[in-house]
Design a protein around this ligand. Structure first.
Ligand code: GUN
Length: 293
């Protein structure tokens, strides 16, 4: 019988741990961590993600600031705000919610963030440090996935892990973390140009699906007893929900789950862990800054 990996529950436990630490900081007369989020435009998914991130901050006792720009904001204005946040001593960490409108360079925006305030772990300095195993802010989703393996006691050492997708924010960094000492998986990354994806995925002890293509992973692609981590979160219109849409993963859950040892649901699997990773990075940033000041 397969086990559901309950990201929602684990994330809630971690938020309690963080809230206790924040209460400790507060009672010691120290500043509470402060996370800022920049949201450009009104993409529905981004609105929801950022609203949830602000809510998480409230729950653990962090201060949070939401900064909004219209879809037509010019790049220099956005870069100016980033510079302001870099220099604001009250801000411990901040994020710029992606995707950005096409006229803005994500690369320039990410490179403008002070690596020490990079709560998303997207800056090349943090990515570089992660690659060679130095302490860094880890990209939120890969960090959350690694934590799920740890908290569920899922063995990764020597396992064949296939990552589907090579994005800078999920596929590529999670492939690096899982191959590092301590995690010790044998990792294969497959992508849009890979030949015979199904044959490769079928060899996997651990599958991480991160392409944003609903139902891409079918039962024929999954080995009996595999661990399946579904990072997909595509909004599909639905008459079943009040919001008029539902989040859909990259895995055909109903058909695939019976073949698995463990599987993450969508929603309630990886998503809450991504959010909690952001809190962990912000807490780390705040602690480092309080040592420096
Ligand atoms: N868009 C999708 N996932 C993320 C994330 O983890 N951080 C940011 N900033 N944008 C995203």
């Amino acid at each position: 019988m397969f086990k559901i990996i309950d990201g929602k529950k684990i994330a809630s436990e971690i938020r309690k741990e963080i809230a206790e630490e924040v209460a400790g900081l507060r009672s010691a007369g120290k500043k509470v961590p402060h996370l800022a989020a920049i949201l450009v435009g009104n993409n529905g998914s981004s609105e929801t993600y950022v609203a949830n991130k602000v809510k998480d901050c409230e729950e653990v006792g962090f201060k949070s600031t939401l900064i909004r720009f219209g879809n037509d904001v010019v790049e220099n204005v956005l870069l100016g705000k980033i510079s302001e946040l870099n220099n604001d001593p009250d801000i411990d960490g901040f994020i710029v919610q992606l995707p950005l409108p096409a006229h803005i360079s994500e690369k320039r925006v990410i490179e403008a963030i002070d690596p020490q305030k990079d709560a998303d772990g997207f800056h090349p300095e943090n990515i570089g440090r992660m690659v060679i195993g130095l302490e860094s802010y880890l990209p939120a989703t890969p960090y959350g996935i690694v934590e799920l393996f740890k908290r569920y006691g899922i063995e990764t050492s020597g396992k064949n892990c296939v990552v589907i997708g090579r994005s800078n924010i999920v596929g590529r960094p999670v492939s690096i973390l899982l191959s590092q000492k301590g995690m010790d998986a044998t990792v294969t990354v497959v992508h849009s140009r890979t030949k015979n994806i199904a044959d490769i995925v079928r060899q996997a002890d651990i599958i991480i699906a991160a392409i944003g293509s609903p139902g891409f992973v079918t039962e024929e692609m999954v080995k009996e007893g595999a661990v399946v981590i579904d990072v997909g979160a595509t909004r599909i219109t639905s008459t079943e929900t009040r919001s008029g849409f539902k989040l859909t993963g990259d895995v055909d859950f109903e058909k695939v789950a019976p073949k698995c040892s463990y599987i993450t649901p969508v929603p309630g699997g990886v998503g809450p862990m991504t959010r909690v990773s952001l809190l962990r990075n912000t807490l780390m940033a705040a602690k480092k800054r309080s040592v420096q000041s």
